[in-house]
Design a protein around this ligand. Structure first.
Ligand code: AMP
Length: 213
């Protein structure tokens, strides 16, 4: 099952993706995580992406489609994948469709997590992420130890207010139209009210996908 997880920055994609993935028995793929790993390792990809990411701008489509094409060829994704923040422009959606079509596959569903902007700004102000495994946390401080892998929690540079506002603007301008594109395309779409407890949101997503969890 190939699911596109869609929603504004801070809408909970990174929190929900592993839960949905576990319920469906497939892995996740987050271009944000791939890019942050590349940045930390100082690879050419990381160096190319850094300035865009620091500002909260989108990394060019060709770079993203390069990552997606390479990743989705791996056997670990043969059964399916939860795509977390992977599709953020219409050309990316078109490119993904082509990559999948070469293997006789297609996106099965698009899930949009909806959260009001005030709540997003609040969440981003509190968010820390593990510098090692990239798990996001809403209730832990920078410098604390990651309960999952023992890494150290940090603040993301692009979670500071100026970059957050730019990311919300970029979402409206470039990413929101992707949802309409999928709808017109006839792809199954679901809109989830993504406030409340993490568990409740997962339950809503799984119901919408027909999984009933
Ligand atoms: P995320 O962790 O998903 O919020 O992504 C962090 C940053 O990585 C974004 O603000 C972009 O700069 C970049 N990025 C991640 N995924 C994409 C994508 N599909 N298209 C363009 N830029 C991306």
């Amino acid at each position: 099952m190939i699911i596109v997880l869609f929603g504004k920055p801070g809408s909970g994609k990174g929190t929900q993706a592993p839960r949905i993935a576990e319920a469906l028995g497939v892995p996740t793929l987050s271009t944000g995580n791939v890019l942050r790993d590349a940045l930390r390792e100082g690879t050419p990809l990381g160096r190319e992406a850094k300035a865009f990411m620091d500002r909260g701008d989108l990394v060019p489509d060709a770079v993203i489609l390069g990552i997606v094409g390479e990743e989705l060829r791996r056997p670990q994704y043969a059964k399916g994948v939860i795509l977390d923040g992977v599709v953020r422009t219409v050309p990316q959606a078109e490119g993904l469709e082509k990559v999948l079509a070469t293997a006789g596959r297609k996106v099965d569903a698009v899930v949009r997590l909806d959260v009001p902007d005030e709540e997003i700004v609040r969440r981003m102000g509190l968010r820390t992420v593990c510098g090692k495994c990239q798990t996001p946390f809403a209730d832990r401080k920078p410098g604390e130890t990651c309960p999952n892998c023992g890494g150290t929690l940090v603040r993301r540079a692009d979670d500071e207010p100026e970059a957050v506002l730019n990311r919300l603007h970029v979402y409206e301008a470039q990413t929101a139209p992707v949802f309409d594109w999928y709808q017109r395309n006839g792809t199954k779409v679901a809109v989830i009210e993504a406030t409340g407890t993490v568990n409740d949101i997962t339950t809503r997503v799984m119901r919408a996908l027909g999984g009933g969890k």
